[in-house]
Design a protein around this ligand. Structure first.
Ligand code: HMG
Ligand code: MG
Length: 313
């Protein structure tokens, strides 16, 4: 295990997608657009804006195309959309032309647990990978010079709410298959926020035997308050890409017990204190979280946001 931590970390902001997908109260499209626009001004380089999924399954994301088409597109920011299948890919293609090449990104999602993947997307892991093969082949033939940044997600990388603990070898297998398709990076999801640092060590001990740490991101939910400890553990393995959600919004409607994502403000507070560069302004992220607060029927989970508020932010 490396005892050093990276000098710089890239934060992938997933609040507009992973955060809002789980909210019961409908959030107006204009509010979502303003939320993304506020995040775009914070120095973030990666924002996951929405998902192209069945609106009957995830009503909050029914306005995916409207949101993606209407956000301000800031230079230097990649705007991603989550895609499970060909229909989602076609819908994304309809929006992609508005984005400069270096602003285009998609995220293809599967899992390390068959049961979870089926419940989440009505497909086995192998079926998802075959669908992604069709999508990545089409990208290479139709958009050869204009390829978007392609991320792969592996949910339930540590524990599945249905199958229990997941063998790290299974995660490595799915990860290798995604990278073989040509995805640029793979984000390993602790979907229900169950992992503790020793789980992250077991996971990375297996995955990094064959895969370069620069291709791996961690997507941590903070259900039990272990996410930051897991970030520190992963950084000591050379992981320097972390997903987080403004205000600590988040969860997955298909994973019982999946509550908030690691809050971007909490991650930034820690990284700033450790002198790890991110290029992201904590106050600007907190302002974006504030802009969405009135539309969420519960307090925001971020501890740093609460501390800022107590201090009169
Ligand atoms: P299906 O039922 O197998 O799809 O769903 P289908 O092809 O049989 O179509 C059924 C209906 O869905 C049809 O509409 C299609 O048009 C429509 P109808 O005829 O009934 O009116 N449809 C779509 N509509 C819009 N966009 C699409 C699309 N595909 C079909 N792409 C499907 C398969 C994957 C679509 C469905 O199961 C679904 O939408 N699931 C939701 C998955 C989801 O959004 N989960 C949460 C995100 S993943 C996550 O949070 C984990 C992550 O954060 C990492 C972590 O934390 O671990 C990424
Ligand atoms: Mg998630």
């Amino acid at each position: 295990m490396k005892s050093t931590v990276p000098a710089r970390v890239r934060i992938v902001e997933v609040g507009p997608r992973d955060g809002l997908q789980n909210e019961n109260d409908p959030v107006p499209t204009a509010t979502k657009i303003a939320f993304v626009d506020a995040l775009s001004k914070s120095g973030l380089t990666d924002i996951e804006v929405t998902s192209f999924v069945n609106p009957k399954a995830v009503p909050q994301m029914a306005d995916a195309a409207d949101v993606l088409n209407s956000i301000e597109r800031s230079p230097g920011v990649r705007y991603s959309a989550l895609i499970p299948n060909l229909k989602g890919f076609e819908l994304w293609l309809g929006c992609a032309g508005r984005f400069a090449l270096d602003q285009r990104a998609i995220a293809l999602f599967t899992a390390a647990s068959e049961t979870f993947n089926r419940r989440n997307t009505n497909a086995g892991i192998g079926e998802s990978i075959e669908t992604f093969r069709v999508i990545t082949d089409r990208l290479r033939t139709d958009m050869a010079e204009e390829l978007p940044f392609i991320r792969g997600y592996i949910s339930t990388a540590v524990r599945c709410p249905f199958e229990g603990p997941i063998e790290p070898a299974k995660v490595l297998d799915v990860c290798s298959r995604l990278l073989d398709l040509g995805v640029d990076e793979v984000s390993l999801g602790d979907t229900i926020g169950a992992a503790v640092p020793t789980d992250i060590e077991r996971l990375l001990d297996a995955v990094l035997t064959e895969i370069d740490a620069r291709r791996i991101a961690l997507h941590l939910h903070d259900t039990r308050g272990t996410a930051l400890a897991n970030v520190v553990t992963a950084m000591r393995y050379g992981i320097a890409i972390f997903d987080s959600s403004s205000g600590g919004l988040g969860g997955c409607p298909f994973a019982p017990g999946a509550f908030g994502n690691l809050a971007t403000e909490d991650l930034l507070y820690m990284l700033n204190g450790m002198n790890i560069e991110t290029g992201v302004d904590l106050t600007a992220v907190a302002a974006a979280s504030e802009s969405i607060r009135a539309f969420i029927g519960h307090p925001l989970a971020s501890k740093e946001l609460q501390a800022l508020e107590a201090a009169g932010f």
